[in-house]
Ligand binder design. Structure first.
Ligand code: ATP
Ligand code: MG
Length: 291
């Protein structure tokens, strides 16, 4: 843990204080929000199953839920101070706990009065947000991204990486069809499904860019959280960096070497760093820490 802390301190010292970047002013569209909610499917998640999967931030008297509420407050403070409304969660390597933290943080944020949240599963290779909310997903983000691809594009593609989209060729899936309200007021999920190859091409493609524009314009008063793959394993994080204002880095104690943390921080230098969450730490009874 000391080594990881040293890597973080070194990174902080090396980074010049950055001017606060003011993005679009957050506007409220209460009527539009109400309309979008009316269209969104509701699948009330089974909270007992969620608890077994470590999603607990909806619990009132729970020490781990308390940690997530603290994390929520710190992150929201930074977002509001900078007028940011989107951030991504990533980690140096696989299995650090990104999706578990994304699910907990999304619930904790949506429990703030007047704060609506959209949680997007941007991990097209191993989507897992639906598992944390115990949802059966019929159409997910990759279906949406491949739903308007013409047959000619598939036939000429030598890699064959659009194959997962074939069954949706005839349907241009509307965004509202893939959004789900998991039974928490003010929280909407854009879940993933299955596994795709060629994820970075999908993420950097025009359909994805237009989706990002749609969710930012239609859900302007919302916080958008993106659950990403690990930054050192794929270029998916780099190709999606324009989609969010800042990033939260999850570090797995015992699972990540200091060099990996340093490298991950370097890779994330193209975005603002909200902070680092130390997960699976034996030094902390609740297994999570925030810097
Ligand atoms: N604090 C924790 N203590 C114990 N187990 C944990 C903790 N956080 C996560 N896990 C477990 O670690 C595994 C990986 O968690 P999760 O899927 O959230 O990680 P991830 O970083 O999103 O993984 P991937 O890189 O595959 O997307 C899961 O089995 C999860 O239950
Ligand atoms: Mg994950």
């Amino acid at each position: 843990m000391e080594h990881i802390q040293q890597a973080l301190d070194k990174y902080r010292k090396s980074k010049q204080p950055e001017a606060k970047v003011a993005t679009q002013k957050t506007k409220k569209f209460p009527d539009e929000q109400a309309i979008v909610y009316a269209k969104t499917k509701v699948h009330a998640a089974n909270q007992e199953v969620m608890k077994e999967r470590r999603v607990v931030s909806m619990l009132k008297h729970d020490p781990v839920a308390e940690v997530f509420r603290m994390l929520r407050t710190k992150v929201l403070k930074q977002l509001r101070e900078n007028n940011w409304n989107s951030f991504a969660i990533t980690a140096p390597t696989q299995g650090a706990g990104k999706s578990m933290i994304a699910a907990n943080l999304a619930i904790a944020m949506s429990m703030e009065v007047n704060q609506t949240v959209l949680l997007v599963d941007l991990d097209l290779r191993f989507p897992k947000i639906h598992w944390y909310f115990d949802l059966q997903v019929e159409q997910g983000l990759s279906d949406y991204l491949t739903s308007d691809i013409p047959l000619s594009d598939i036939l000429i593609n030598p890699e064959g990486y659009w194959l997962s989209g074939i069954k949706n060729l005839e349907n241009d899936i509307p965004l509202s069809d893939i959004l789900v309200n998991p039974g928490f007021e003010r929280l909407v999920l854009l879940p993933g499904r299955g596994q795709v190859t060629g994820s970075s091409e999908m993420l950097s493609g025009p359909r994805m860019k237009s989706l990002i524009n749609d969710i930012k314009n239609h859900y302007e008063s919302r916080i958008i959280i993106f659950d990403l793959p690990p930054v050192l394993v794929t270029d998916d994080v780099l190709v999606s960096m324009d989609y969010f204002d800042a990033a939260l880095l999850v570090v797995e104690e015992g699972g990540n070497k200091p060099e990996e943390v340093t490298k991950a921080l370097r890779m994330l230098s193209g975005t603002q760093l909200l902070g680092t969450v130390l997960n699976k730490s034996q030094a902390m009874p609740d297994h999570q820490g925030y810097y």
